[in-house]
Each structure stands twice: as structure tokens, then as C-alpha cells.
Design a protein. Structure first.
Length: 395
């Protein structure tokens, strides 16, 4: 977003809290690119077809090499720059749709069909090739830009910041993945908004009584005390409200009326984890990993992990309820997609989108913005200081 140059007298604060455009631009996003981002579900990347994705405004093609490992290349053929993701995968290699140049998993050109069986220029001599800026063999053509990938917990990750050994933290682990008492499933949702606004939405309690009224919580004129702890790139909000209840599926998870422990946790720059726990045997965790496509477009990979307190075989109960839990979470996510669209419409009605204001209930959002702004500016030095504060708000 541009800085407003014609600030109205009403706009007291004119510094954007969020620079949506810079945040989603690979050349301007600073240290935001130095993290692993989810590219797709493992199940979405087959060995038969390439997959097109966009990260920080940069188009990438994904496919599986001959060993089944995920590969991510810049989605642009070295020859005449056609989009490689419109091509085909065969034997772990990717063929361009235009003249059929073939790339391997390292991004190297391994075959040029027009060179025939010899795979070597036949008539021009070396000098003739050089004078016209042409190459003799496929291996002289170089490589298309490649991005590091990693696969874990049912997800394929990509690293857009160069050498992934420089990653600022390991790829995020899906909560309770592989634990037999827990059921885990994924939802993939395209959201019409940028990463900062989405993490704020996923960590935000006050909106639930408006956007999800009746589905999730009801307006109760209740005071909610919470502790907001900012440390080491994370913002942890612990709600001190043992009587808090979620409506809807909440009753199913807590037939015994146990106190609920609710925490919301943000991990810079793009991950949230919301946990509702009732005693030792019942819980519901929502983990959202957000991948920036552009300034107001993101892909959100939501892992829903849940465990129910019933004595029947847990896996059985979990499986039987899966359609219901999935239906419920789909409805709630749709409501958030809708309100994120409404926020985007307001943001784009400038000047100076992302000029926010707030009250005590927004402390966690200010902390999230502080971390993301620091990373956007390069993430050098110690970063935002550790702090722990108590707040209260009403829902
Ligand atoms: S543009 Fe890709 S092979 Fe020609
Ligand atoms: Fe919501």
C-alpha cells in the first residue's frame, strides 16, 4: 500500500500498520521469505502432472522427480519463456508444452527434441553457434531457477529465500500428527486477503460473536481476561476463563463440562495454532499455515486435529464424526472468507490501506504486526523485545 500523501484531518495516524504489497513481493519482502511455506498437500502432488503455485508474486511449477521427491522450479522455460506448469511430467522429468525441452529435478535441460538423436548442433561450427548466441548441447543451456523443497506431515514446503540452510526456523510441525488418539485432516482455502490480516483473523476472539454468531460463540456480555506473551518470534495468548464455552460442536467435545483451556499462538511470520482442551482426553486444535500469493490473495492450509473423550475405540468415534466436524469447520471458514473479502474491499478503498487503529483487545495484533514489520525490514538485530501483559476485553 502507498503511504497516504493527502491524509484527511480525521486520519491522525498515517503510517500503514501493514504494507500488503511489499509483504507479498519476493524482491521487497525482506526476511519474510526466509521461512518454509506450504506449497501443497502431499496428496495434491502426483507423479503424473505438474502443479502451478504462486509464492510472493512469483510463479513456481512443482512436480515429483524420478525418486518421488518434490521439485520446485521457476515457472518459465529457458527457451522462449513458456509457462512450464502447462507441460507434462514423464519419468520424473518435466517437458515444456511449447517445443518440448525436457528438465530434470535439478532444473537442468536434459533434452532438446529439435536436436534429434545426436542431441548436438550438427551444421554450425562452435564459432557459428557462439556468434549467434546459441548453445551446442542441452547441457550448455544451464538450469532454470530451482527452489528448495521439503515434505513432512502430509505437506510439501518450499523455501523462496535461496539456500534453505538459512531458514530462520524448521518447517512447522502439524499438531498431533501421527498420534493414534488424534484425528487430523486438512482443508485448503483460498482467502482474498494478505497474510497479516489473516493471522490476525485466526487469532481474534472478538470477531467470533459477530462473524460466527451462534455457530461458535454467542454474545454474552462477558469479560474475558487474557495474558499476551510476546517472545522469540511468537505471540501466545492464554485466556483465563475456565467457564468459557464454545457452542456448536463444543458440547460434543465436552459432555462432562470440564473447564476449557484455550490458547491462541502465533509463530512468525505466517502460522497460527488455536487449541481448545478439555481435561486430558478431549481437544480440538486448528493449525493454519498461510502462503502468500499476492498482496490480497493467500492460500491457507488448515490442519484440524481432534480427540474425543468417549470410551468407544477413539479412532472409530473420530472417523464416524469426521463428516460432521468437516462440515462444521467448512461453514466457519466460509464465514471468515466472506469477512476477509469485506476487509479487503475496505482496505483497497484507500488512501493508505492498512492504516489501523485499535484498543486493548488489539494488543496481540499489534505484537503480530511488530514481528512482521521487523522481518519485512530485514529482520536484523534482536527484534521486538520479549513482553508479557495482561489484557481484558468483552464478548
Ligand atoms: S518455450 Fe519451452 S521449449 Fe520452447
Ligand atoms: Fe473467524
Amino acid at each position: 500500500m502507498r503511504n497516504p500523501t493527502d491524509a484527511s484531518p480525521l486520519a491522525l495516524v498515517t503510517t500503514p500498520a501493514v504494507d500488503l504489497e511489499a509483504e507479498a513481493d519476493l524482491s521487497r519482502c525482506g526476511a519474510l521469505k526466509d521461512y518454509w511455506y506450504v506449497a501443497c498437500l502431499s496428496s495434491e502432488l502426483t507423479s503424473r502432472e505438474p502443479l502451478a503455485r504462486t509464492f510472493f508474486g512469483t510463479r513456481v511449477v512443482l512436480f515429483r522427480d524420478e525418486r518421488g521427491q518434490p521439485v520446485a522450479l521457476l515457472d518459465r522455460c529457458l527457451h522462449r519463456n513458456a509457462r512450464l506448469s502447462a507441460g507434462a511430467v514423464f519419468g520424473g522429468r518435466l517437458g515444456c508444452p511449447y517445443h518440448g525441452w525436457v528438465y530434470d529435478g535439478s532444473g537442468a535441460v536434459v533434452e532438446v527434441p529439435s536436436l534429434g538423436p545426436s542431441q548436438c548442433g550438427e551444421s554450425l561450427d562452435a564459432q557459428g553457434h557462439a556468434r549467434a548466441g546459441l548453445q551446442v548441447r542441452p547441457c550448455d543451456l544451464g538450469r532454470v531457477r530451482r527452489f528448495d523443497t521439503l515434505e513432512q506431515d502430509g505437506l510439501v514446503f518450499v523455501f523462496m529465500g535461496g539456500d534453505s540452510r538459512r531458514a530462520r526456523r524448521p518447517a512447522f510441525r502439524v499438531p498431533f500428527w501421527g498420534q493414534p488418539e488424534w484425528n487430523v485432516y486438512f482443508m485448503v482455502t483460498r482467502f482474498p486477503n494478505g497474510v497479516t490480516n489473516l493471522v490476525e483473523n485466526f487469532m481474534d476472539v472478538p470477531h467470533t460473536v459477530f462473524v460466527h454468531e451462534g455457530w461458535f460463540r454467542r454474545k454474552a456480555r462477558k469479560r474475558v481476561p487474557a495474558t499476551v506473551k510476546r517472545s522469540e518470534g511468537s505471540v501466545l495468548v492464554t485466556y483465563k476463563q475456565e467457564q468459557d464455552t464454545v457452542t456448536g460442536l463444543g458440547r460434543l467435545f465436552n459432555p462432562g463440562g470440564l473447564p476449557m483451556v484455550h490458547t491462541d499462538h502465533f509463530f512468525a511470520p505466517n502460522v497460527t495454532r488455536v487449541d481448545y482442551m478439555w481435561g486430558e482426553r478431549s481437544g480440538f486444535a486448528i493449525n493454519s499455515q498461510i502462503t502468500p500469493i499476492g498482496p490480497t490473495d493467500s492460500l491457507v492450509y488448515t490442519a484440524i486435529s481432534y480427540r474425543l473423550p468417549y470410551d468407544l475405540p477413539r479412532a472409530l468415534v473420530g472417523q464416524a464424526l469426521k463428516p460432521l466436524v468437516r462440515w462444521y469447520t467448512t461453514q466457519v471458514i466460509r464465514q471468515d472468507v466472506e469477512v476477509m473479502k469485506v476487509q479487503r474491499e475496505g482496505l483497497l478503498n484507500g488512501p493508505g490501506g492498512g492504516v489501523f487503529s485499535g484498543t486493548e483487545a488489539d494488543l496481540l495484533h499489534a505484537d503480530i504486526e511488530a514481528y512482521r514489520r521487523w522481518l519485512l525490514e530485514g529482520g536484523e538485530g534482536a527484534g521486538p523485545t520479549d513482553e508479557e501483559r495482561n489484557i481484558a476485553f468483552w464478548i
